[in-house]
Design a protein around this ligand. Structure first.
Ligand SMILES: Cc1cc2nc3c(=O)[nH]c(=O)nc-3n(C[C@H](O)[C@H](O)[C@H](O)COP(=O)(O)O)c2cc1C
Length: 200
């Protein structure tokens, strides 16, 4: 092979190698960027619940009573609405017919759980398979103003009269005006995060 042909071949090899290298660098850069930039997820209920599992929520037991029937449900969907007049809200699943008693009774108590009350969170979430009325055999329950069951030694308890309610999608949002309150001993809180209980 003459030296001119050799030179041409060398240039061709160089150009092809440079091309392959630049394409590889480009593909690598795009892939890295994709990992950096968060892509929007589908808005189906499962993905939504996945995203919500990243939100730490305080664990409560919301209770009510009507006649001789009492009901308590472990919830995280609760928060303060206003301090004047003191008002809170809770969200309860409409698909569960047992939750109707909350609207019918017109009252609820929001019992804020401490870390040492995780066993009660299990009982009132139905996880242990205990019949609803028998769940009140666990913990010490009393009443304040409205007659809704109030947990002794809760971190805090808000005894409420329901002043408004609104069905939104799968849940009923209940707004409660606080009629009486109790504050328990200060100790660690029970929170739910990444689909598990934690203490704070
Ligand atoms: C950590 C945790 C948080 C929950 N949060 C809510 C909530 O905000 N609203 C709700 O309606 N149910 C919530 N649930 C589900 C109820 O606790 C459960 O469906 C209910 O207690 C079942 O009651 P039943 O066995 O009497 O039908 C939660 C459960 C757990 C374990």
């Amino acid at each position: 092979m003459r030296s001119k042909e050799k030179d041409r071949l060398a240039v061709c090899v160089f150009v092809i190698a440079a091309y392959i290298l630049s394409v590889s660098v480009y593909v690598y850069a795009v892939k890295s960027l994709e990992n950096f930039v968060s892509r929007p997820l589908a808005l189906d209920p499962l993905s939504y619940r996945d995203a919500m599992s990243r939100l730490a929520g305080h664990v409560h037991i919301v209770t009510t009573a009507e006649g001789s029937v009492r009901r308590g449900v472990t919830i995280t969907a609760a928060c303060s609405v206003s301090d004047d007049p003191p008002t809170v809200l809770v969200c309860l699943n409409l698909a569960n017919p047992r939750n109707r008693i909350f609207v019918e009774s017109g009252r609820f108590a929001l019992n804020v759980l401490a870390a040492d009350q995780m066993d009660l969170a299990h009982v009132f979430s139905g996880r242990d398979g205990i019949e609803p009325e028998l769940r009140f055999d666990y913990g010490n329950w009393t009443t304040l103003s409205t007659g809704a069951p109030v947990l002794s030694r809760a971190l805090a308890a808000f005894d409420c009269e329901i002043i408004d309610s609104k069905a939104i999608a799968t849940h009923m949002v209940l707004f409660g005006k606080v009629m009486a309150m109790e504050i328990g001993d200060p100790r660690e809180a029970l929170v739910y995060f990444h689909r598990d209980y934690h203490t704070l």
